[in-house]
Ligand binder design. Structure first.
Ligand code: AFP
Length: 339
Protein backbone atom coordinates (compact mmCIF):
# COMPACT_ATOMS: atom_id res chain seq x y z
CA UNK A 1 0.00 0.00 0.00
CA UNK A 2 1.42 3.36 -1.03
CA UNK A 3 1.88 5.94 1.73
CA UNK A 4 -0.38 8.87 0.98
CA UNK A 5 1.05 12.36 1.30
CA UNK A 6 -1.12 15.41 1.46
CA UNK A 7 -0.78 17.42 -1.72
CA UNK A 8 -0.81 14.69 -4.37
CA UNK A 9 -3.31 15.39 -7.13
CA UNK A 10 -6.58 13.55 -7.51
CA UNK A 11 -5.45 12.20 -10.90
CA UNK A 12 -2.37 10.66 -9.25
CA UNK A 13 -4.56 9.07 -6.59
CA UNK A 14 -6.93 7.66 -9.20
CA UNK A 15 -3.92 6.13 -11.00
CA UNK A 16 -2.65 4.68 -7.72
CA UNK A 17 -6.08 3.10 -7.19
CA UNK A 18 -5.79 1.51 -10.61
CA UNK A 19 -2.38 0.03 -9.69
CA UNK A 20 -4.09 -1.88 -6.87
CA UNK A 21 -5.99 -3.83 -9.55
CA UNK A 22 -3.37 -5.46 -11.81
CA UNK A 23 -5.93 -6.45 -14.48
CA UNK A 24 -7.35 -2.92 -14.75
CA UNK A 25 -7.71 -1.49 -18.25
CA UNK A 26 -7.61 2.19 -17.27
CA UNK A 27 -11.30 2.67 -18.17
CA UNK A 28 -12.40 3.52 -14.64
CA UNK A 29 -9.43 5.84 -14.32
CA UNK A 30 -10.49 7.65 -17.49
CA UNK A 31 -14.09 7.89 -16.31
CA UNK A 32 -13.16 9.31 -12.91
CA UNK A 33 -10.78 11.82 -14.48
CA UNK A 34 -13.60 13.07 -16.72
CA UNK A 35 -15.87 13.35 -13.68
CA UNK A 36 -13.23 15.49 -12.00
CA UNK A 37 -13.37 17.85 -14.99
CA UNK A 38 -17.17 18.02 -14.68
CA UNK A 39 -16.75 18.87 -10.99
CA UNK A 40 -14.38 21.72 -11.80
CA UNK A 41 -16.77 23.16 -14.40
CA UNK A 42 -19.74 22.98 -11.99
CA UNK A 43 -17.65 24.45 -9.17
CA UNK A 44 -16.72 27.45 -11.32
CA UNK A 45 -20.38 28.00 -12.19
CA UNK A 46 -21.50 27.65 -8.55
CA UNK A 47 -18.98 30.32 -7.58
CA UNK A 48 -20.50 32.66 -10.15
CA UNK A 49 -24.08 31.90 -9.08
CA UNK A 50 -24.59 35.08 -7.10
CA UNK A 51 -23.45 37.17 -10.06
CA UNK A 52 -25.92 35.70 -12.53
CA UNK A 53 -28.64 38.17 -11.56
CA UNK A 54 -26.23 41.09 -11.62
CA UNK A 55 -24.68 40.26 -14.97
CA UNK A 56 -27.96 39.08 -16.48
CA UNK A 57 -28.58 36.26 -18.92
CA UNK A 58 -26.98 37.94 -21.90
CA UNK A 59 -23.98 39.27 -20.01
CA UNK A 60 -22.23 35.99 -19.58
CA UNK A 61 -21.70 32.77 -21.43
CA UNK A 62 -20.43 29.54 -19.97
CA UNK A 63 -17.59 27.34 -21.17
CA UNK A 64 -19.82 25.75 -23.81
CA UNK A 65 -20.74 29.19 -25.13
CA UNK A 66 -24.30 29.14 -23.77
CA UNK A 67 -26.14 31.71 -21.70
CA UNK A 68 -26.19 31.22 -17.95
CA UNK A 69 -28.91 28.83 -16.88
CA UNK A 70 -30.30 27.39 -13.68
CA UNK A 71 -27.50 25.70 -11.77
CA UNK A 72 -29.15 22.32 -11.37
CA UNK A 73 -29.90 22.18 -15.10
CA UNK A 74 -26.35 23.28 -15.83
CA UNK A 75 -24.86 20.64 -13.52
CA UNK A 76 -27.00 17.92 -15.07
CA UNK A 77 -26.02 18.87 -18.62
CA UNK A 78 -22.36 19.21 -17.73
CA UNK A 79 -22.12 15.70 -16.31
CA UNK A 80 -24.11 14.18 -19.15
CA UNK A 81 -21.89 15.86 -21.76
CA UNK A 82 -18.66 14.72 -20.10
CA UNK A 83 -19.88 11.18 -19.57
CA UNK A 84 -21.62 10.56 -22.90
CA UNK A 85 -18.36 10.96 -24.80
CA UNK A 86 -15.76 9.86 -22.29
CA UNK A 87 -15.76 6.40 -23.89
CA UNK A 88 -16.08 4.48 -20.61
CA UNK A 89 -19.82 4.63 -19.86
CA UNK A 90 -22.55 2.57 -21.56
CA UNK A 91 -25.63 4.14 -19.94
CA UNK A 92 -26.44 6.82 -17.34
CA UNK A 93 -29.21 7.79 -14.93
CA UNK A 94 -29.70 11.19 -13.35
CA UNK A 95 -31.95 12.23 -10.51
CA UNK A 96 -33.15 14.98 -12.86
CA UNK A 97 -34.20 12.70 -15.74
CA UNK A 98 -37.12 10.27 -15.80
CA UNK A 99 -35.48 7.65 -17.99
CA UNK A 100 -32.07 6.19 -18.66
CA UNK A 101 -29.70 8.39 -20.65
CA UNK A 102 -27.86 6.83 -23.59
CA UNK A 103 -24.27 7.72 -24.45
CA UNK A 104 -23.03 8.82 -27.89
CA UNK A 105 -22.87 6.05 -30.43
CA UNK A 106 -19.36 4.69 -30.79
CA UNK A 107 -18.40 5.87 -27.30
CA UNK A 108 -19.97 3.02 -25.30
CA UNK A 109 -17.77 1.70 -22.50
CA UNK A 110 -17.96 -0.84 -19.71
CA UNK A 111 -19.36 1.21 -16.82
CA UNK A 112 -22.62 2.83 -15.74
CA UNK A 113 -23.02 6.02 -13.79
CA UNK A 114 -25.97 7.20 -11.70
CA UNK A 115 -25.77 10.72 -10.30
CA UNK A 116 -27.55 13.48 -8.46
CA UNK A 117 -26.12 16.50 -10.32
CA UNK A 118 -26.85 19.07 -7.61
CA UNK A 119 -28.08 17.70 -4.33
CA UNK A 120 -29.65 20.27 -2.00
CA UNK A 121 -30.81 22.42 -4.88
CA UNK A 122 -33.27 24.34 -2.69
CA UNK A 123 -30.15 25.79 -1.01
CA UNK A 124 -28.62 27.17 -4.22
CA UNK A 125 -29.87 30.73 -3.84
CA UNK A 126 -28.72 31.12 -0.24
CA UNK A 127 -25.03 30.20 -0.42
CA UNK A 128 -25.42 26.94 1.48
CA UNK A 129 -23.27 23.95 0.50
CA UNK A 130 -24.61 21.78 -2.30
CA UNK A 131 -23.02 18.87 -4.10
CA UNK A 132 -22.83 16.30 -6.87
CA UNK A 133 -23.15 12.63 -5.84
CA UNK A 134 -22.15 9.74 -8.13
CA UNK A 135 -22.30 5.96 -8.19
CA UNK A 136 -20.47 3.72 -10.68
CA UNK A 137 -21.10 0.07 -11.56
CA UNK A 138 -19.60 -2.30 -14.09
CA UNK A 139 -22.08 -3.09 -16.88
CA UNK A 140 -23.92 -6.43 -16.89
CA UNK A 141 -25.06 -6.43 -20.52
CA UNK A 142 -22.58 -7.67 -23.10
CA UNK A 143 -20.14 -5.14 -24.51
CA UNK A 144 -19.94 -3.35 -26.93
CA UNK A 145 -23.13 -1.34 -27.45
CA UNK A 146 -25.51 0.76 -25.38
CA UNK A 147 -26.29 -0.33 -21.85
CA UNK A 148 -29.82 -0.77 -20.50
CA UNK A 149 -31.79 -0.15 -17.34
CA UNK A 150 -30.71 -3.53 -15.93
CA UNK A 151 -27.11 -2.31 -15.94
CA UNK A 152 -28.15 0.51 -13.62
CA UNK A 153 -30.43 -1.50 -11.33
CA UNK A 154 -27.64 -3.14 -9.36
CA UNK A 155 -27.31 -3.15 -5.62
CA UNK A 156 -24.97 -0.68 -3.92
CA UNK A 157 -22.70 -3.50 -2.80
CA UNK A 158 -21.69 -3.95 -6.44
CA UNK A 159 -20.48 -0.36 -6.89
CA UNK A 160 -16.91 -0.10 -8.14
CA UNK A 161 -16.66 3.55 -7.16
CA UNK A 162 -18.76 6.19 -5.45
CA UNK A 163 -18.27 9.72 -4.28
CA UNK A 164 -19.35 13.31 -4.17
CA UNK A 165 -18.10 16.78 -4.89
CA UNK A 166 -19.26 19.34 -2.36
CA UNK A 167 -19.36 23.01 -3.34
CA UNK A 168 -18.96 24.76 0.00
CA UNK A 169 -16.50 27.17 1.59
CA UNK A 170 -14.13 25.27 -0.67
CA UNK A 171 -14.83 22.59 -3.28
CA UNK A 172 -13.97 19.13 -1.98
CA UNK A 173 -14.13 15.80 -3.79
CA UNK A 174 -14.50 12.65 -1.69
CA UNK A 175 -14.46 9.26 -3.36
CA UNK A 176 -13.73 5.59 -2.91
CA UNK A 177 -12.94 2.76 -5.31
CA UNK A 178 -13.21 0.23 -2.50
CA UNK A 179 -9.77 0.79 -0.98
CA UNK A 180 -10.50 3.50 1.56
CA UNK A 181 -11.88 7.01 1.25
CA UNK A 182 -9.88 10.06 0.24
CA UNK A 183 -10.79 13.75 0.11
CA UNK A 184 -9.31 16.37 -2.23
CA UNK A 185 -9.66 20.13 -2.05
CA UNK A 186 -9.81 22.21 -5.23
CA UNK A 187 -7.21 24.96 -5.47
CA UNK A 188 -9.11 27.33 -7.78
CA UNK A 189 -5.96 29.32 -8.59
CA UNK A 190 -4.47 26.34 -10.47
CA UNK A 191 -7.66 24.37 -11.13
CA UNK A 192 -6.42 21.19 -9.46
CA UNK A 193 -7.74 18.97 -6.66
CA UNK A 194 -5.05 18.17 -4.06
CA UNK A 195 -5.22 15.46 -1.41
CA UNK A 196 -6.35 17.15 1.81
CA UNK A 197 -8.06 14.28 3.68
CA UNK A 198 -6.12 11.01 3.20
CA UNK A 199 -7.72 7.75 4.28
CA UNK A 200 -10.77 9.26 5.99
CA UNK A 201 -12.15 7.34 8.97
CA UNK A 202 -15.47 8.45 10.40
CA UNK A 203 -15.21 8.85 14.20
CA UNK A 204 -16.83 5.83 15.79
CA UNK A 205 -19.25 7.81 17.92
CA UNK A 206 -20.17 11.44 17.96
CA UNK A 207 -22.15 14.23 19.50
CA UNK A 208 -24.14 15.27 16.43
CA UNK A 209 -27.41 14.11 14.95
CA UNK A 210 -28.99 15.36 11.74
CA UNK A 211 -32.70 14.97 11.12
CA UNK A 212 -35.51 17.27 10.04
CA UNK A 213 -36.97 17.85 13.49
CA UNK A 214 -39.95 19.73 12.00
CA UNK A 215 -41.40 16.31 11.21
CA UNK A 216 -41.20 15.17 14.86
CA UNK A 217 -44.99 15.14 15.22
CA UNK A 218 -45.17 12.58 12.44
CA UNK A 219 -42.32 10.33 13.65
CA UNK A 220 -42.96 6.76 14.60
CA UNK A 221 -42.43 6.10 18.29
CA UNK A 222 -39.05 4.39 17.76
CA UNK A 223 -37.58 7.44 15.99
CA UNK A 224 -38.90 9.78 18.66
CA UNK A 225 -37.49 7.68 21.50
CA UNK A 226 -34.08 7.46 19.81
CA UNK A 227 -33.84 11.22 19.29
CA UNK A 228 -35.08 11.86 22.86
CA UNK A 229 -32.34 9.52 24.07
CA UNK A 230 -29.66 11.47 22.16
CA UNK A 231 -30.88 14.70 23.72
CA UNK A 232 -30.80 13.35 27.25
CA UNK A 233 -27.69 11.10 27.21
CA UNK A 234 -25.84 11.40 30.52
CA UNK A 235 -28.75 13.24 32.07
CA UNK A 236 -28.36 15.98 29.47
CA UNK A 237 -24.63 16.60 30.07
CA UNK A 238 -23.28 14.56 27.23
CA UNK A 239 -26.29 15.28 25.07
CA UNK A 240 -25.98 15.41 21.32
CA UNK A 241 -26.36 18.61 19.31
CA UNK A 242 -28.54 18.98 16.24
CA UNK A 243 -26.94 19.95 12.92
CA UNK A 244 -29.27 19.91 9.91
CA UNK A 245 -28.40 21.72 6.70
CA UNK A 246 -31.00 20.25 4.36
CA UNK A 247 -28.39 19.23 1.77
CA UNK A 248 -27.73 15.55 2.37
CA UNK A 249 -24.26 15.82 0.87
CA UNK A 250 -23.32 18.63 3.29
CA UNK A 251 -24.84 16.93 6.32
CA UNK A 252 -23.10 13.69 5.38
CA UNK A 253 -19.74 15.38 4.77
CA UNK A 254 -19.78 17.07 8.17
CA UNK A 255 -20.68 13.80 9.89
CA UNK A 256 -17.98 11.94 7.93
CA UNK A 257 -15.28 14.30 9.18
CA UNK A 258 -16.58 15.10 12.69
CA UNK A 259 -18.67 12.02 13.41
CA UNK A 260 -22.45 12.01 13.53
CA UNK A 261 -25.63 10.30 12.47
CA UNK A 262 -28.05 11.40 9.74
CA UNK A 263 -31.62 10.11 9.61
CA UNK A 264 -34.33 10.46 6.99
CA UNK A 265 -36.79 7.81 8.21
CA UNK A 266 -40.32 6.95 7.20
CA UNK A 267 -42.93 8.69 9.30
CA UNK A 268 -46.68 8.48 9.93
CA UNK A 269 -47.35 11.11 7.28
CA UNK A 270 -45.51 9.27 4.51
CA UNK A 271 -46.72 5.95 5.94
CA UNK A 272 -45.17 2.70 7.08
CA UNK A 273 -45.31 1.34 3.53
CA UNK A 274 -43.60 4.41 2.04
CA UNK A 275 -39.85 4.62 1.51
CA UNK A 276 -39.05 8.10 2.82
CA UNK A 277 -37.71 10.80 0.53
CA UNK A 278 -34.14 10.02 -0.46
CA UNK A 279 -33.22 8.12 -3.61
CA UNK A 280 -31.44 4.78 -3.42
CA UNK A 281 -29.37 5.01 -6.61
CA UNK A 282 -28.28 8.65 -6.51
CA UNK A 283 -28.01 9.38 -2.78
CA UNK A 284 -28.23 6.47 -0.33
CA UNK A 285 -26.14 3.79 -2.10
CA UNK A 286 -23.10 5.94 -3.00
CA UNK A 287 -22.99 7.57 0.44
CA UNK A 288 -23.42 4.14 2.06
CA UNK A 289 -20.36 2.85 0.20
CA UNK A 290 -18.33 5.81 1.44
CA UNK A 291 -19.66 5.44 4.99
CA UNK A 292 -18.74 1.74 5.13
CA UNK A 293 -15.34 2.30 3.53
CA UNK A 294 -14.70 4.92 6.22
CA UNK A 295 -15.74 2.54 9.02
CA UNK A 296 -19.32 3.75 9.42
CA UNK A 297 -22.68 2.16 8.64
CA UNK A 298 -25.77 2.81 6.54
CA UNK A 299 -29.10 1.06 7.10
CA UNK A 300 -32.81 1.58 6.54
CA UNK A 301 -35.14 2.31 9.44
CA UNK A 302 -35.99 -1.39 9.60
CA UNK A 303 -32.39 -2.48 9.81
CA UNK A 304 -31.65 -3.48 6.18
CA UNK A 305 -28.11 -2.74 5.01
CA UNK A 306 -28.40 -0.11 2.28
CA UNK A 307 -25.73 -1.79 0.15
CA UNK A 308 -27.75 -5.05 0.08
CA UNK A 309 -30.92 -3.54 -1.40
CA UNK A 310 -31.65 -4.67 -4.97
CA UNK A 311 -33.20 -1.72 -6.79
CA UNK A 312 -36.33 -2.37 -8.81
CA UNK A 313 -36.69 1.08 -10.38
CA UNK A 314 -34.45 4.03 -11.17
CA UNK A 315 -35.99 6.56 -8.83
CA UNK A 316 -36.60 4.20 -5.92
CA UNK A 317 -36.66 5.90 -2.53
CA UNK A 318 -35.32 4.49 0.69
CA UNK A 319 -35.37 5.43 4.39
CA UNK A 320 -31.79 6.23 5.39
CA UNK A 321 -29.84 6.11 8.64
CA UNK A 322 -26.14 6.71 8.05
CA UNK A 323 -23.05 7.77 9.93
CA UNK A 324 -20.77 6.79 12.81
CA UNK A 325 -20.90 3.08 13.54
CA UNK A 326 -21.77 3.26 17.24
CA UNK A 327 -24.50 5.81 16.61
CA UNK A 328 -26.09 3.71 13.86
CA UNK A 329 -25.81 0.60 16.06
CA UNK A 330 -27.65 2.48 18.79
CA UNK A 331 -30.33 3.74 16.40
CA UNK A 332 -30.86 0.17 15.21
CA UNK A 333 -31.55 -0.99 18.76
CA UNK A 334 -34.26 1.64 19.18
CA UNK A 335 -35.76 0.94 15.76
CA UNK A 336 -35.92 -2.79 16.54
CA UNK A 337 -37.64 -2.02 19.83
CA UNK A 338 -34.72 -3.37 21.88
CA UNK A 339 -34.38 -0.06 23.76
P1 AFP B 1 -33.46 19.29 -2.82
O1 AFP B 1 -32.37 18.88 -3.80
O2 AFP B 1 -34.82 19.36 -3.45
O3 AFP B 1 -33.10 20.52 -2.05
O4 AFP B 1 -33.60 18.07 -1.78
C1 AFP B 1 -32.50 17.78 -1.00
C2 AFP B 1 -32.71 16.50 -0.26
O5 AFP B 1 -33.03 15.44 -1.12
C3 AFP B 1 -31.49 16.14 0.58
O6 AFP B 1 -30.31 16.72 0.12
C4 AFP B 1 -31.85 16.64 1.96
O7 AFP B 1 -31.21 15.94 2.98
C5 AFP B 1 -33.33 16.48 2.01
O8 AFP B 1 -33.78 16.62 0.67
C6 AFP B 1 -34.00 17.51 2.86
O9 AFP B 1 -35.36 17.24 2.87
P2 AFP B 1 -36.34 17.97 3.92
O10 AFP B 1 -36.48 19.39 3.44
O11 AFP B 1 -37.62 17.19 3.83
O12 AFP B 1 -35.70 17.87 5.28
Amino acid sequence: MLVKRKGITVSRQIMDDQLLHPGATGELTGLLNDLVVAGKIISAEVNMAGLADILGQSGRTNIQGENVQKLDVFANQTIKRRMEQCGHVCVMASEEDDDIIPVLEGYEGNYTIAFDPLDGSTNIDVNVSIGTIFSIHRRLSPSPGQGNVGDLLQKGGKQVAAGYIIYGSSTVMVYTTGSGVHGFTLDPSVGEFFLSHPNIKIPDASLYYSVNEAYANHWFDSTRRFIDHLKTTDGGKGAYSLRYIGSLVADFHRNLIKGGIFLYPRDKKSGEKSEGKLRLLYEAAPLAMIAEQAGGRAITDDGRRILDIEPTKLHQRVPLIIGSKRDVDLAEKFLRGEM
